[in-house]
Design a protein around this ligand. Structure first.
Ligand SMILES: NC(=O)c1ccc[n+]([C@@H]2O[C@H](COP(=O)([O-])OP(=O)(O)OC[C@H]3O[C@@H](n4cnc5c(N)ncnc54)[C@H](OP(=O)(O)O)[C@@H]3O)[C@@H](O)[C@H]2O)c1
Length: 319
């Protein structure tokens, strides 16, 4: 059975315990990609935060690059003002020209300042670019952050299985666990099942944090050819005409399964399909209180085995 709202799971072998559903805060303050200020407001973000917390979804994921720091700022403010017992995850961007691994501690301190906290729960390397810093150097800097008491647990994001193994070994030499790898994973993008990442997570005892679990709305049937989001988001391959056409029957299936599983909305079916996979914690983005409440409603119930198998079978081509 999946976790009930009052049940928690560990992030990897770390001391962090979280509900098995997190909330992505990328759109909170991000103007360019998500249209913050135009499509949703600070009131919507406050509602999304509160609706999540009230439903027990208390793990929040952000990054220093989301809205150029605005997402960290608003998330930290909400966490402090509400006093809610939240778990905060953010990320270091290994951007070129930044000075490699020695840029990590100053960047982390800037993230802490923006969030207004003394320590972050989970600190992740945002993507795998080792042009200016080797995996060993980056992991060394993460271990230093743990030693300084600035972070509780550390993880990576967009790392391949072999990169994960190298990261795990480097951290292990410093006595630190690799808690997680955050990668794109949803019913229309099942690569982690075949590229070795899910297996590596299980073998190394790390959690797989699944980002874009709703394929940015495509899995819900929100978008059709000619109605894709404006700006850079709409240029992503998952908003292509061909992909939207191929995705439409899957969106219909999620609705059908949801109706049969106690009148559940498709977002909860999509999220609980991921929660049914051992070691996987989806991170669902929400721009509004209504979206956040509907997503968090995935906690407290699980899909039948038959429903999981049906979705597995219908989406096998995206493995
Ligand atoms: N590590 C990385 O490289 C990386 C990359 C991407 C994301 N992430 C993390 O993962 C989180 C989630 O990923 P994501 O935001 O890309 O994708 P997502 O969670 O699949 O989609 C979020 C978007 O889907 C729509 N939506 C969400 N809930 C809905 C609902 N109940 N009903 C209708 N529409 C709904 C909203 O957009 P509209 O209303 O505009 O359709 C929302 O902004 C991010 O916030 C971020 O923390 C990490």
């Amino acid at each position: 059975m999946s976790a009930r709202p009052d049940e928690t799971v560990a992030i990897g072998a770390s001391s962090l315990r979280v509900p098995s559903l997190g909330v992505g805060a990328w759109s909170w303050g991000d103007v360019r990609y998500w249209g913050y200020g135009e499509r949703h407001s600070s009131r919507d973000v406050l509602d999304a935060f509160m609706a999540s917390v009230e439903a027990g979804a208390t793990l929040f994921d952000t990054a220093e690059v989301y809205g150029h720091g605005a997402s960290e700022q608003v998330l930290g403010w909400l966490a402090r003002r509400s006093g809610a017992p939240v778990v905060l995850a953010t990320k270091f961007a290994p951007l070129r020209g930044r000075g490699g691994a020695k840029a990590l501690l100053p960047a982390l301190k800037n993230s802490l300042r923006r969030m207004g906290v003394g320590r972050v729960d989970l600190y992740q390397i945002h993507w795998a670019d080792f042009e200016e810093a080797s995996i060993d150097d980056l992991m060394g800097a993460l271990a230093d952050a743990v030693a300084e008491g600035l972070v509780t647990a550390v993880g990576v994001s967009n790392f391949s299985a072999s990169e994960m193994r190298r990261a795990h070994a480097a951290l292990d030499r410093r006595g630190v666990a690799l808690a997680s790898n955050q990668v794109r994973y949803n019913a229309l993008h099942r690569a982690p099942e075949t590229d070795g990442v899910l297996d590596a997570c299980r073998e190394l005892g790390a959690s797989l944090l699944a980002y874009s679990p709703l394929e940015q709305g495509v899995l819900l049937g929100t978008y059709a050819a000619g109605r894709v989001p404006t700006g850079p988001r709409g240029e992503a391959p998952w908003f292509s005409t061909e992909h939207l056409a191929a995705a439409a029957p899957v969106a219909a299936l999620l609705r059908e399964v949801g109706a049969a599983e106690g009148d559940r909305p498709p977002e909860q079916v999509a999220l609980n399909w991921l929660r049914a996979k051992p070691g996987v914690i989806p991170l669902a983005g929400a721009r509004t209180g209504e979206q956040a409440a509907r997503n968090a409603g995935a906690l407290g119930w699980s899909l039948s085995e038959a429903a999981v198998a049906r979705i597995d079978e219908a989406t096998a081509r995206w493995r």
